[in-house]
Design a protein around this ligand. Sequence first.
Ligand code: ZN
Length: 381
Amino acid sequence: MSKTYDYAKIEKKWQDIWDEKQTFAAKDDYSLPKFYGLVEFPYPSGQGLHVGHPRSYTALDIVSRKKRLEGYNVLYPMGWDAFGLPTENFAIKNHIHPSIVTENNIANFKRQLKSLGFSFDWSREINTTDPSYYKWTQWIFLQLFKKGLAYKKKMSVNWCTSCKCVLANEEVVNGHCERCGSEVIHKEKSQWMLKITDYAEKLLEGLENVDFIDRVKTQQRNWIGRSYGTQVKFTASTGDEFEIFTTRADTLFGVTYMVMSPEHPLIEKWADKIENLDEVLAYKQEAAKKSDFERTELAKEKTGVRLKGVTAVNPVNKKEVPIFISDYVLISYGTGAIMAVPAHDDRDWAFAKKFGLPIIEVVSGGEDVQSAPYTLSLIHI
Ligand SMILES: [Zn+2]
């Protein structure tokens, strides 16, 4: 008997049997308890799977297999979120019809997923570029439009001067197009928007009822954005007032510094008062080259410059606190300035530790201010 595990032979044998017998197909049997395991469908790029795909599919595959053994009627489907600019550009460049490129990419992804042995129900595979499917995408859009949830808005977008298309923030690297390397400019364009903010409160409430670990819930809350809070006015040593937005006005006594976006208009106004203006302007220039996505990524190391010569006064205790500029504060989000309460905010905490700023706990029973906060970086599939 051979001591080596001939994975190629053994796994192929069982995968073929699963295929033939439709082992993992959900049954049309309403008497059984149901379990629906849903993963985010991949975008089938020309590069094939990356490690992020099997990472999430494996976890739910384990759960799905366990549920089947427990007698559940399990639906664990797979499909393709296949509309994409990269495919379009690849098709243009190589003179191949995009439908053929998409078909080839899907075939490759499917082969790879099957060889990994996932227990997907392939009988229910869907493909968003299939007209029999995308009619539903169009139908959903019409329902949103009728309810006023889809609307057009003029806004500044990332525009690749060579690809002649709009780029997502994460497709802009150092001010250049991720794909072709050409310069990316900001262009005013009329865009279709979906009013997901109308559901912010519902999403936040829903988080209370799901069995997620705390740090994932925090990450979700940050993504949803905060809907309720207070605008608080701070006064700078120059006499100028500026506003910040906070959901936790009860932590005002824990403010040990302020952070402004490098693009905040007051920075320009204070040009003759800021003693380290060269350093501030150099930082601003560097920040402008990064996308919003790069700037606000949670796992990123915090950077910033302390303004010398200008400080702020905390309105509740009249304490003078330093002002920093940092790229993680965006001028397009909120007021472009924040109050920092490092004892009760992971991001402020990381920043305060780096710059040796005081950390004052003001809400008892909060987080352990001495332990390092755990931040999870987003896995983009
Ligand atoms: Zn480009």
